[in-house]
Write a protein that binds this ligand. Structure first.
Ligand SMILES: Nc1ncnc2c1ncn2[C@@H]1O[C@H](COP(=O)(O)OP(=O)(O)O)[C@@H](O)[C@H]1O
Ligand SMILES: [Mg+2]
Length: 401
């Protein structure tokens, strides 16, 4: 694939697909020449540093490929870290600088940068770096730069898994300004679109039936946009229809989404299908939602065991929801924890009035109910690693992993 078709392959054709922030006129002229030589359409070469890039990209869609100048940067690695926070996960970043330092080169590569070029730039050096980002080898090096995959599942029907998936997605997108894709894998009974007051579509079913057509552009056209950072993919299918089950299509779809979104949140159906198990295998996080009932306790335990069997690295969070609804009949949290052999990470109280009011007008529960909103923020802290007892290093945090 040519660099141009590679760069154009994903995203809207009219969006800027290549962007360079370069300080000095000489280097800028070289990059501009390479853009002309490789006939890269929709390119933008501007005067500026990595700081300019951070500021600009925090407010708009990321290009597919990005060149940033780290010459004047006192802490290039922490600047790259900051850049990763504002960029979409799948961006290829080439850094340019004036320090011919093997240590820095290695650290930049480790941190997800595709290449580091030392000034003075030449057209050959820049071309080679751009072509390398377009080939398969360099892409496999970028596997750490994927959005988080958060699966939510209810231990019982009606415990609030969908309420939590939509509230978490909405809050990450609107309060934390991250790009979020929300998928409802229950093609028949799913209620994600309904709870966000979105038009029902057949988009997810069509995507799963046309795995070979799944690419960035196809997905972008299929998703329903709830806000500038929240995108929903769901289906509302006939109740008696046979649903497609293609674990490979699910994998393709999710890996495309993880390239474009900081968070991919998947609301799994109550009865786990093979597709759900595929999501569980790849999930970075699993949120098991339960009530404090005997059946909830048994199935929480079974779900956690199933998820960890296939994916030991998955970070599991247990949420007890609707707490206080049946004060007398609820199992004490300590007893519940003893039975499942792990902590209940979060308790969300039952707030009938405000949650129902939010649902009825198609708003996420967390925007209407104070206690639910606070718990959802706490859950997002857990999912994003904020306040974790063992703080991840900056390398681990890079590209939002
Ligand atoms: N903390 C809560 N307080 C009050 N009502 C809740 C709470 N959590 C969920 N609900 C309500 O419970 C019902 C079931 O929630 P839902 O998210 O659809 O469950 P699930 O997806 O697990 O089947 C919905 O009407 C929802 O509004
Ligand atoms: Mg549900």
């Amino acid at each position: 694939m040519s660099i141009q078709s590679e760069i154009m392959a994903r995203g809207k054709p009219d969006a800027v697909q290549f962007c360079a922030y370069v300080e000095d006129d000489e280097s800028r002229a070289v990059v501009e020449q390479v853009v002309r030589d490789l006939v890269i359409a929709h390119a933008n070469v501007v005067k500026g540093s990595i700081r300019t890039a951070i500021k600009a990209l925090g407010q708009r869609r990321s290009p597919k490929t990005l060149i940033v100048d780290v010459c004047k940067s006192e802490l290039p690695l922490s600047d790259i870290n900051e850049l990763a926070e504002v960029c979409e996960p799948g961006v290829s970043v080439i850094a340019i600088g004036d320090r011919n330092d093997v240590g820095l080169f290695r650290e930049l590569l480790n941190s997800g940068v595709s290449d580091y070029i030392v000034k003075p730039l030449t057209p050959t050096l820049v071309q080679r770096a751009l072509l390398a980002t377009a080939d398969g080898d360099s892409r496999s090096r970028q596997t750490t730069r994927l959005g988080r995959l958060v699966a939510t599942v209810g231990a019982r029907g009606g415990v609030g898994a969908t309420m939590i998936a939509t509230s978490v997605a909405w809050s990450i997108a609107n309060r934390r300004r991250r790009r979020v894709a929300l998928l409802d894998l229950d093609l028949q009974f799913g209620s994600v679109a309904l709870s966000l007051d979105l038009e029902p579509t057949h988009a997810l079913r069509e995507a799963l039936e046309n795995a070979s057509r799944i690419d960035g552009l196809y997905i972008e056209r299929s998703m329903v946009q709830h806000s500038d950072s929240l995108f929903v993919l769901s289906s509302e299918e006939e109740l008696i229809d046979e649903m497609p089950h293609d674990a490979e299509a699910v994998t393709t779809l999710i890996s495309e989404l993880r390239n474009k979104f900081h968070y991919v949140i998947v609301d799994l159906p109550k009865s786990l299908t093979r597709d759900s198990c595929q999501v569980l295998k790849d999930a970075t996080h699993l949120v098991v939602v339960t009530d404090l009932s005997l059946a909830g306790m048994r199935d929480t335990l079974r779900l956690v065991q199933l998820a960890l069997q296939g994916n030991a690295a998955c970070q599991v969070t247990i949420v007890a929801n609707r707490v206080g609804e049946f004060k007398e009949g609820e199992i004490a949290v300590a007893e519940f924890e003893k039975a499942i052999g792990r902590k209940v990470d979060l308790k969300i109280e039952f707030d009938a009035k405000n949650v129902a009011a939010a649902m009825n007008i198609g708003k996420p529960a967390s925007s209407h109910s104070k206690p639910v909103g606070q718990s959802i923020e706490h859950l997002i802290d857990i999912l994003s690693g904020v306040g974790a007892s063992q703080k991840p290093g900056w390398l681990a945090r890079l590209w939002n992993r």
